[in-house]
Design a protein around this ligand. Structure first.
Ligand SMILES: [Ca+2]
Ligand SMILES: [Ca+2]
Length: 103
């Protein structure tokens, strides 16, 4: 087994089995009206949290449209200005990994 496989396996071992539940729960916090999309005003709290994650000032999200756009483009893969659970999960997995087991 090469190093890459090793690393991948270590990572998989560390992701909790209930990760899906955790991610869904997090998604639900942003999807206030539970319609399956984080969109419109719901995006602000997500983008603010993302700003913190990427090292920006969250207050800038309100005022800085280009920051908003660049953060959204990180997560909104199909560029429809809505964030689905599937799109959210990719970001959240990275965030979770970084917070829990990557320096
Ligand atoms: Ca929604
Ligand atoms: Ca989308």
């Amino acid at each position: 087994m090469n190093n890459y496989d090793e690393t991948k396996k270590n990572l998989q071992d560390k992701i909790p089995r209930n990760f899906e539940n955790i991610a869904m729960h997090e998604f639900g916090k942003y999807d206030i009206n539970s319609n399956g999309y984080i969109e419109g005003n719901e995006l602000f709290s997500l983008l603010k949290d993302m700003a913190v994650f990427f090292g920006f000032d969250p207050n800038e999200v309100e005022t800085n449209e280009s920051l908003r756009k660049s953060l959204l483009s990180e997560i909104d893969v199909n560029n429809d200005k809505k964030v689905t659970y599937k799109e959210f999960k990719v970001y959240y997995l990275i965030k979770y990994s970084k917070e829990h087991f990557i320096e």
